[in-house]
Design a protein around this ligand. Structure first.
Ligand SMILES: [Zn+2]
Length: 116
């Protein structure tokens, strides 16, 4: 579910503001520069850990759902065309906290049957 945005209570972070992970609460907004790839996609760096989300298609006119599988945070991402050849991504932290599946280790199944 998207977070119900109330503009009176929104915390905004500018493009160059550092954002602490503890400040990424539902509804928080932050802006980051984005870069176009050589094949016309848009790379945006998520706020939580610096990983890259790659947007494709009509990235300017759509709202994207981005999920960081490392931090289990979700964002609504809107792209703003700065009309100078550059783009800025607006991130809005969503209120979901998904449970992310992780890779099992080689001995995962054997450990399930070990006695305590
Ligand atoms: Zn992350």
């Amino acid at each position: 579910m998207p977070f119900p945005h109330n503009d009176d209570q929104v915390v905004n972070y500018r493009v160059t503001d550092a954002v602490d992970l503890n400040r990424l609460v539902p509804g928080a907004r932050a802006y980051r520069y984005a870069s176009v790839t050589s094949v016309g996609q848009l790379d945006v760096i998520v706020l939580c850990c610096g990983r890259i989300s790659r947007l494709s298609g009509d990235f300017v006119h759509a709202v994207h759902l981005a999920l960081c599988t490392n931090c289990a945070l979700t964002y609504d991402v809107r792209v703003i065309d700065e009309n100078d050849g550059g783009f800025v991504a607006q991130f809005i932290v969503r209120d979901e906290r998904p449970v992310v599946a992780r890779r099992r280790s080689d001995h995962w199944l054997a450990r399930q049957y070990q006695s305590c």
